[in-house]
Design a protein around this ligand. Structure first.
Ligand code: GLP
Length: 264
């Protein structure tokens, strides 16, 4: 596990965008796992900039988003479909046929729908690089506390904490979603490489538990400790409860020196 400590959101976004850009340049037909949320907007901003400057071509990239709210159509401004088009897809040249986002309007046989999503990931050769944010309760995707560490893409009931966190984005008259379709923790762990980004004091406890706590279903992101190629990129506030910060800095220096390919 690599822990990269940065000053603020801007530094984190740039670092993550550079890692994604490096991966796309190395493998133009990269299968990229994407996330939504405020933490991600800076990353997409930089990726869009690289593309507009002619430095990055997404024409062969295949994307899979982590999750979507159940009941929201792609046209709903709070849907993750909308978010992705707004912040990323409409500005770059990802082939629309290569974009995969769980369908929030699906009804009936959820299991079958989710199995189809997993199949599509498999057919694309698996996810090469997965980007993640983290919820205040340690969730990744919408894998709420007590999600099975082996879970696959499925319908998930949202925790009260997540519903409360998201309520502010919905009109007062509107009920915010209670469920979502999300890749499972098992699905996420199959990605070849994972980057998790966290900023701000509200994420400090979740970050400390994920990196330094025991692996537990109560903190979904702690399952990333099982993954051989995971990089946490964390700002000062989100890192404030980590006890081994000096060690992470030394590891990073030595890694850059001895195995620079691990850093790109
Ligand atoms: C939602 C998404 C997560 C994301 C989280 C954090 O819950 N399902 O994938 O990590 O939001 O969002 P933010 O970056 O806005 O704090």
């Amino acid at each position: 596990m690599l822990v990269i400590l940065k000053r603020d959101n801007e530094e984190i976004s740039r670092e993550a965008a550079q890692l994604v850009a490096g991966a796309v340049r190395k493998k133009p037909a990269l299968t990229l796992g994407l996330a939504t949320g405020g933490t991600m907007t800076g990353v997409y901003k930089h990726l869009v900039q690289f593309h507009k400057q002619g430095l990055l071509d997404f024409s062969q990239v295949v994307t899979f988003n982590l999750d979507e709210y159940l009941g929201l159509a792609a046209t709903h401004p709070q849907s993750f479909h909308y978010f992705m088009h707004e912040h990323f897809f409409q500005h770059v040249n990802v082939d629309p046929r290569n974009i995969h986002i769980p369908d929030g309007t699906v009804r009936g046989n959820f299991e079958q729908y989710c199995a189809t999503y997993e199949d599509a990931i498999r057919k694309a050769g698996g996810i090469d690089l997965q980007i993640l944010g983290i919820g205040r309760n340690g969730h990744i995707g919408f894998n709420e506390p007590t999600s099975s560490l082996g879970s696959r893409t499925r319908l998930k009931v949202l925790s009260q904490e997540t519903i409360d966190d998201n309520a502010k984005f919905f009109a007062p008259s509107e009920e915010s979603p209670r469920c979502a379709i999300t890749m499972g923790i098992g699905t996420i762990l199959e990605a070849k490489k994972i980057i998790l980004l966290a900023t701000g004091a509200a994420k400090a406890t979740a970050v400390a538990k994920s990196i330094e706590g025991p692996i537990a279903s109560a903190v979904s992101a702690s399952a990333l400790q099982l993954h051989p190629e995971v990089t946490f990129i964390v700002d000062e506030q989100a890192a404030s409860q980590l006890t081994q910060r000096d060690y992470y800095r030394r590891v990073l220096e030595m890694t850059a020196l001895l195995t620079p390919e691990r850093m790109s």
